[in-house]
Write a protein that binds this ligand. Structure first.
Ligand code: FE
Ligand code: FE
Ligand code: ZN
Length: 298
């Protein structure tokens, strides 16, 4: 069976238990959470996250812990040239890896970083040094850091497979490093995921090794190939399209890893927005694009 889910919330009193309940509403068997708001670094104590209750509910529904993905906040930047900010990112990522392990998840997705004017080569070195420190700090934990393929907006690092390969090669214990393949980001950078995903995968395999992909972010894109914008569209409503994304979701090389939707909520009326994930997941399971339910508002 396809391993598919979406980003879900982790907040309020229910925390991780609420995340699992939300995923079940979408008929998902995989899910991704931020351990708090993605745009800040305030976090609740692990003891308040309702991990035991969440695991019981996952068990009842036969959802494997390997299908749970954590995403690090996107504001943290291991490549930041300011030493104190760089150290903050390393310390925070260390805590995030510990939280990931406490949730029982096996991987945390990380945006490699942005050079913010300091140049790509120096940024790559700082990212490698940062990862080596974080992995050293958490040597006993069975958690991988999944470097996300980036769209290349601003000064983002990790937009080419070669940059990711450089990072991986520089990390001492790189068995702890994997890749999160984001369909919107790779398309936006310029890879032809729409018309020739197999060629893109072959290219990835030569440069990094396709077995390094540990999670796929399945998103359509609001912009044409190469636009370097990073604006996600609902599945079937963007420049990649349902056919290409459905091919990726069911690709034999990606069968055993979680596929995670990060598509935007849909505006129902002036006051309400709703998650599109139930309908998007159903469309992938049925391998047919239907403008049903929430998607009918698009
Ligand atoms: Fe991301
Ligand atoms: Fe993503
Ligand atoms: Zn994105």
């Amino acid at each position: 069976m396809t391993i598919i889910g979406s980003h879900v919330n982790m907040s309020g009193k229910e925390m991780f238990l609420g995340s699992v309940k939300e995923a079940l509403m979408y008929e998902a068997n995989a899910l991704m959470v931020y351990t708090g708001a993605p745009q800040n670094t305030r976090r609740k104590a692990i003891e308040m996250m309702k991990v035991k209750e969440a695991h019981d509910l996952l068990n009842i529904n036969n959802i494997l812990l390997g299908n749970i993905v954590v995403h690090a906040p996107y504001i943290m930047n291991l490549a930041n040239p300011a030493p104190e900010k760089q150290q903050f990112a390393r310390d925070f990522l260390t805590q995030e890896v510990i939280r990931t392990s406490a949730l029982g998840a096996k991987q945390i997705v990380l945006h490699p970083g942005a050079h913010v004017g300091s140049g790509e080569d120096e940024a790559l070195k700082r990212i490698i040094a940062g990862l080596n420190e974080v992995i050293g700090n958490t040597a006993n934990l069975d958690v991988k850091i999944a470097l996300e393929t980036m769209a290349g907006k601003g000064t983002e690092i990790g937009k080419t497979f070669a940059e990711l390969a450089t990072i991986i090669a520089g990390v001492t214990h790189n068995e702890r490093v994997s890749v999160c393949f984001d369909t919107c980001h790779t398309h936006d950078y310029g890879y032809d995921v729409k018309n020739d995903f197999d060629q893109v995968l072959l290219n990835f395999d030569k440069i990094i090794g396709k077995n390094k992909i540990s999670v796929v972010h399945v998103n359509d894109s609001k912009n044409p190939q190469g636009a370097r914008k990073d604006r996600h569209a609902n599945i079937g409503f963007g420049h990649i399209g349902f056919t290409a994304l459905n091919y990726i979701v069911h690709h034999p090389n990606l069968l055993l890893i979680p596929k995670i939707l990060e598509t935007p909520y849909v505006k129902i009326d002036d006051k309400n927005i709703q998650a599109p994930y139930l309908e998007e997941i159903r469309n992938f399971k049925e391998k047919t694009f239907k403008k049903q339910g929430v998607l009918a508002h698009l």
